[in-house]
Design a protein around this ligand. Sequence first.
Ligand SMILES: C[S@@+](CC[C@H](N)C(=O)[O-])C[C@H]1O[C@@H](n2cnc3c(N)ncnc32)[C@H](O)[C@@H]1O
Length: 303
Amino acid sequence: MVRKLKKAESEVQGRTEKRKLRNLARLKKRKELQSAAKKVEKVAQSLAFEDDKPKKKKNKGKKKKFLKLEAKASELGVPVENLIENEEGHMVKRLEGGRFRFINEQLYTMTGEEAQKMFEEDPAAFDHYHAGYRDQAKKWPLNPVNVIIQQLRSKTGLVIADMGCGDAKIAECLGTRNTVHSFDLVAKKPCVVACEMSNVPLENNSCDVVVFCLSLMGTNINEYLREAHRLLKMGGELRIAEVTSRFENVRAFMRGVCRMGFEFKTSKTMQDYFVVFQFKKAGKIEHKRPNGLTLKPCLYKKR
Ligand SMILES: C[S@@+](CC[C@H](N)C(=O)[O-])C[C@H]1O[C@@H](n2cnc3c(N)ncnc32)[C@H](O)[C@@H]1O
């Protein structure tokens, strides 16, 4: 009986120990699993941190930088590859600035016909000139082309000739309610007709308004005004915007315009820097080459 009891006792002990061992093993496994899970979570977190967050930030920054470059490139009229933001970027700009000043100087010291030839031989020169011009105009508190647009904004049904139109802003702003003919030496937009403005493809007496906004660049100003006179209906408006520093003698210039068959109406000086004249066609051309009808070149400073 005692032996039986001892056997039963040892069997129970054995079973208890076995259970304890099994429990211990289970506990160990669970702990191992938990710590493994924790490790996996940690790795996943670090991966997310390393891979996702900084990459997102980096890409965002890159996109922003690229958009900035793209905007700058379109503003200057050059491909993005030609723009670099660091030191090299300054170099590119300086070179373009130099090129712009050179072309600008040429345009003020040659006839329109010579300028036309210059751009035919070197078409990239036109883009360089305009990129530089836009760069300059951006710094002006007021652009005279916007003043002329404002002056004409309330009118409708007019036939307007924009001589030396550049980016054809007048057509863009007034073209839906008026007929705007845009002329320049090179046509960079579909609405622009490439021609020399002393000889444009429009009929005599066909225009209500002829505009020269900063475009009396060539040395043959009298020929441009003669063309304006040909195009305008009697009583039609001639609007000229120029840089004030180009005038040796404003009165002599105005007298010269009047001797080409126009009557002075008004003039408006803008911040001492630009002057916008309004004349009207009033009669025949008295003098084909009147004195005083000269303007000094407008030379932009190095920056
Ligand atoms: C200073 S930009 C002004 C552009 C535009 N009128 C404006 O105010 O935004 C002068 C423009 O006149 C053009 N131009 C100069 N001489 C010209 C000529 N003889 N015939 C046609 N265009 C001329 C140039 O090519 C240039 O686009």
